[in-house]
Ligand binder design. Structure first.
Ligand SMILES: [Zn+2]
Ligand SMILES: [Zn+2]
Length: 335
């Protein structure tokens, strides 16, 4: 960690860049913040200035109100902004709408802070762009070899097959409001499912925001508009907390499903009373993490959060010096 401490260091508020005087995804209010994406553990309200993509700023405004920061500045992907003696460029992270990696250039060094990312295709945002760097800062939410996610299309097919098998029951799918909901909807549309999808009210504002940014979601309706309608044979999308809630009892013999990388772990599915686990994640799995670090071959790897032990060992075996930052306050949304 020593070699890069002048450029980037870990503070109680999160990562801080001294020569540019800003924090990246700070976990507490700071004077100047650069935000990688709109998930609530990375994008918090109350900073002085915020630099992020226009999409991330729109997500923050939708969630916190227009006054989420004293001032904000949008940067396009690939556009370079100067802060002090540092140049800052946002490039796609492939995680959710507007998600960006933060590329810092200072003197002859390049550091990439990837935020949350994934490598597989997502029809709702541009793909992760690898940037050669000396220091790579990575998450490790699913940093264990047991986390190997199947193709997303297989999981969508699994859901549609179950819908065909149980036409008298409602499929109630738990999805995170930002990213997962819209990605699953787009994947269902790509698989040819063109019927109305029924939506819990808590997902409506992010769906509208995605549509305003060009992600066509097809016919959607509020799940609870008609009290008499138990929606047999239909798909209902709801926040994960709602699928085991009293709210779920209005539907026809519902099949609780949950779209999450955590559904790799059977015990997690059982614990949440999930009958139909769908392994669909917006994070990198073990293969994507090691592929990315192996491809970039940075001098140093810093791991912000997650299961860092195995990735630390993997990096060391591959002659990459690696450090676990153990930043508190980054959690998978709704977990
Ligand atoms: Zn995230
Ligand atoms: Zn995160």
């Amino acid at each position: 960690m020593a070699g890069f401490r002048q450029l980037l260091r870990n503070t109680p508020q999160g990562l801080y860049c001294p020569p540019g005087d800003f924090h990246i995804d700070p976990t507490q209010p700071v004077d100047h913040a650069v935000i990688t994406h709109g998930h609530s553990d990375h994008a918090r309200a109350g900073h002085g200035t915020v630099l992020a993509t226009a999409e991330t700023l729109a997500i923050m405004a939708a969630r916190y109100g227009a006054d989420f920061a004293a001032s904000s500045q949008a940067a396009r992907y690939g556009e370079t902004v100067t802060r002090g003696s540092v140049s800052v460029t946002l490039v796609p992270a492939g995680h959710v709408l507007g998600s960006a990696q933060v590329v810092l250039k200072w003197k002859d060094r390049t550091a990439v802070i990837s935020g949350d990312y994934k490598r597989r295709r997502d029809p709702t945002c541009p793909p992760f762009q690898p940037v050669a760097c000396d220091l790579f800062v990575s998450e490790a939410t699913f940093g264990l070899p047991v986390f190997r996610f199947p193709p997303s299309e297989d999981e969508t097919a699994k859901l549609l097959k179950s819908v065909a098998l149980f036409p008298e029951r409602t499929h109630l799918v738990g999805v995170y409001a930002l990213g997962k909901a819209q990605r699953l909807i787009r994947l269902l549309r790509e698989a040819g499912y063109d019927r109305t999808l029924y939506i819990h009210g808590a997902l409506a504002s992010m769906n509208a925001l995605y549509e305003a940014h060009g992600a066509a979601l097809g016919p959607l309706a509020h799940a609870t508009d008609d009290a008499r309608n138990a929606l047999p044979g239909e798909i209902v999308l709801a926040p994960p907390s709602a699928i085991a809630d009293k709210w779920a009892r209005r539907f026809a013999d519902p099949i609780p499903a949950f779209a999450s990388g955590w559904m790799t772990v059977r015990a997690r599915a059982r614990q949440r009373h999930v009958e139909l686990p769908l392994v669909l994640s917006d994070h990198a799995d073990w293969d994507e993490l090691t592929l990315t670090v192996g491809e970039l071959k940075p001098e140093e790897l810093w791991i912000t959060h997650g299961s860092e032990e195995a990735l630390l060992r993997w990096a060391q075996l591959n002659d990459i010096s690696a450090t676990a930052l153990e930043i508190a306050g980054y959690e998978d949304e709704d977990e």
